[in-house]
Each structure stands twice: as C-alpha cells, then as structure tokens.
Design a binder for this molecule. Structure first.
Ligand code: T4K
Length: 368
C-alpha cells in the first residue's frame, strides 16, 4: 500500500456541527461583517486568552504589519531581519520604507540585538523584529536600544500566538505586535490576523485605519484600507480558541518525541525550549551539518520528500535574496553570515496537532 503524504502542517478545524450552528445564528442576524457581534466577542476573548490589553482583528497577518507602520507614522529606514517570511519586509515596502537587514543570533534565529546599533542612521525610525518559530526575541535589549535612539518597535509575532516569558505575554513587548491566523498557524481563522496594542486610543485609531479611515458615518480621518474580518471567520475563530490549548499540548508531545529521536543523530541539531518560556511549538526546525551528517540539507529535504514526508525550508531563501531586496546594501552576504548559515541548513519538520505516533516514526525514519 502506498504511503500517505505527511504535510508540514494541517489546519486546526472546529467541529463542523458547532460551526454550522454559529453560521445559522449569523444567517438569522443578517449581520455578516463590519464589527459584528462575533467579531467583538473574538476580540475580547483573544485579549483575555492572550493576556494583552487590546486586540484588533484583521483579515490576514500582513495587513496588521502595514497598518501598524501607518499608525505609528514610521518613515525612512527600519531595521529588520532577513530570516522571516517575506511579508515582514513587504510591509515596509508597501509603506515606502527602506528595510535595513541586520544579522540574526544562531541560538534563536531572531535579530541579534548586539548588531542593531551599528545599523542605525539618522533616517532610522523603528525596529521590526520577528519572534521566529515563536521563540521570543530579546525584547528587553531591543527596547533599551529603541529608548536610547528614540525608535518605535513593532514585533512581527505571526508565530508567537500564546507565547509567554515568565508568565507575561510576549505580545506586550514594544509598541505593537502583529499576529497571523492563517490556516497553517497554531491558531487559525482560515485567513486572519490581529494587531495587539497597549491602549484604547491606539485601538480606536487602528480600527479606523482598517475600515478606510472612517471615524463615523461621514468622517474619514486617514487614508485607511479595508482589512476587516468577517463574521464567519470570527465565529470559526471563537470555536478554535476553545481547542487551541489541546492543540499546543499535542504539538509539545511531538516536539518531545522529535528531540528524543534526533538527540544522538550526528550532524542534526535542533532548538531546545528556552527557560521561563511558555512555547507554542509552532515549528520544529532542524539544522543539517552536511559534513557530519554525510548529506546536504537539500539532499535530505528531497530524500524526505521521496518518503512522502514534506518538510519545508522556512526561511530559505532569505528575504534579502529576493529580487526586490537583493540590491540593498544591507543585503550583502557579508552582512548576514548567520542568517545565511541558518537558511542554508534548515528544514522545518511536519508539526501539527494530528501527527500520530506512526507519522512521527516515519518522519524520524526518513532522517535517521
Ligand atoms: N509574518 C510572518 C513571520 C509569517 O510567517 C507570515 C506568514 C506573515 C507575516 C503573514 O501572515 P499572513 O498574511 O499569511 O496571515 C505559509 C503561509 O501562507 C503564511 O501564512 C506563513 N507565514 C508562511 C510561513 O507559510 P506557504 O506558502 O508555505 O503555505 P502552503 O500553502 O505551501 O502550505 C503549507 C502546507 O500546509 C501545505 O503543504 C499543506 C498544509 N496546508 C496548507 C493550507 C493553506 C493545509 O493542510 N491546508 C491548508 O489550507 O506559506
């Protein structure tokens, strides 16, 4: 019998009957978008679940990045990481901002705070780090630098749903944090996302900006965009919120089994849990040392594919290698040695709540 393909992720889906009954409610109410009751409920429940003061829902995880930059009136140059999904840097581009790439720390994959100051120029207005794979950035150091130079900090926290450091949400760091609720994420609303902010005034402004800039029926206060979440996806999100803890625990168990299975494999390394951090196990990257493993990363990647185990090389190529960005001075290979090293050695193993013991064995067999 031919083997079933194991994909890198599989979406967390709500119970269909429960979703159907919420859809009936929406149908009966005839209110299907524009800050409806499910939208309001999901914003409140997410704020409480995530332990943050305010959440504004969006239609995906890219528009909150673009909108946060608008709301904070960021211009000129922004310091960011090349080791992320391309949406992080695209958000700068869409605002006419020049990205300045800074190298990463090999322990976490996140921007290296020790290298930020050297990249600051008179045009720098903000830092946009990413909590890659949900591993928290060194938010304290980053804030110290931001304070010293009068810079804003916007975290791309697309991978960091529910991540806490010593009991405090990592989403409370910086001026704002963005989330992605895409189907492939730990928590999803099919497509969706959010902005997390500290105060009501900022939430109000963000809510204007995601609704064309309308501050009332006849008043437009800014050139806003349309990035509202509809009632169907908000209802779906409410149901998924009830099962996300169980999904994260299943992912945790997968991570434990991967670590057990790979600990003694020469040439394969992986990230450990960080002390004091509540992780969400959104990704499980492994790193291939070709010399010790006896095979290059790509050879292993394609060998796994042949065994119908679909890992992904997140984040290869680096954002700084893409056509739009490769001409920037900060994109030079010499400036980003760690980012290149990680991008050239990474494979993210399948990671989701439904992986069975047999799946995990098959995945490990394709590597060991
Ligand atoms: N910032 C960061 C740091 C991000 O990682 C992302 C998104 C964003 C910002 C922007 O957020 P969004 O605007 O997307 O909300 C995926 C996702 O599309 C993207 O959301 C994500 N990061 C990125 C890391 O990965 P692909 O191109 O790898 O996805 P795709 O379609 O190849 O799916 C991967 C696997 O997942 C499939 O092989 C099978 C499985 N899958 C996928 C979908 C869509 C399913 O089983 N069911 C599904 O419905 O980009």
């Amino acid at each position: 019998m031919s083997k079933v393909t194991i994909t890198v992720t599989s979406p967390l889906l709500p119970d269909l009957d429960e979703f159907h009954s919420l859809l009936k409610e929406i149908w009966n109410s005839k209110w299907i978008t524009n800050n409806g009751s499910f939208h309001k409920r999901l914003e409140a429940e997410l704020a409480s679940y995530l332990k943050v003061p305010f959440v504004s829902l969006f239609t995906n995880g890219t528009l909150p990045l673009i909108t946060a930059l608008q709301a904070l009136r960021i211009t000129g140059e922004v310091i960011t990481t090349p080791y992320s999904f391309v949406a992080t840097t695209h958000a700068l581009w869409w605002n006419g901002i020049k990205p300045v790439f800074v190298d990463i720390d090999l322990q976490t994959g996140n921007i290296d705070p020790d290298k930020i100051e050297a990249a600051i120029t008179p045009k720098t207005t903000a830092i946009m780090p990413v909590h890659v794979y949900g591993k928290p950035c060194d938010t304290k150091r980053i804030q110290e630098i931001a304070n010293k130079y009068g810079l804003k900090v916007i975290y791309d926290a697309a991978h960091a749903f529910g991540v806490e450091v010593n009991g405090e949400s990592v989403l409370n760091a910086g001026d704002m944090s963005t989330l992605s609720f895409h189907a492939t994420k730990v928590y999803n609303t099919i497509e969706g996302g959010a902005l997390v902010m500290h105060d009501e005034e900022t939430k109000k402004r963000i809510d204007y900006l995601k609704n064309f800039g309308f501050a009332g029926e006849t008043e437009v206060v800014a050139p806003g965009i349309n990035s509202k979440m509809d009632e169907m996806r908000a209802a779906y999100g409410l149901l998924n919120l009830r099962q996300v803890d169980a999904a994260i625990e299943s992912r945790h168990q997968v991570a434990i089994k991967y670590r057990e299975g790979l600990r003694d494999v020469d040439g394969i390394s992986f990230m450990e849990d960080m002390p004091g951090v509540k992780h969400n196990y959104s990704y499980f990257p492994i790193f291939v040392d070709a010399e010790k493993y006896g095979m290059t990363r790509d050879e292993l990647y394609f060998k796994m594919k042949e065994a119908k185990v679909l890992g992904r090389r997140y984040f290869y190529p680096l954002i700084s290698e893409f056509a739009t960005y490769c001409g920037l001075p900060s994109s030079s290979r010499d400036n980003l040695p760690n980012a290149h090293k990680m991008a050239d050695s990474v494979i993210c193993l399948p990671m989701h709540h439904e992986l069975s013991r047999e799946d995990i064995e098959r995945i490990l067999d394709s590597i060991i």
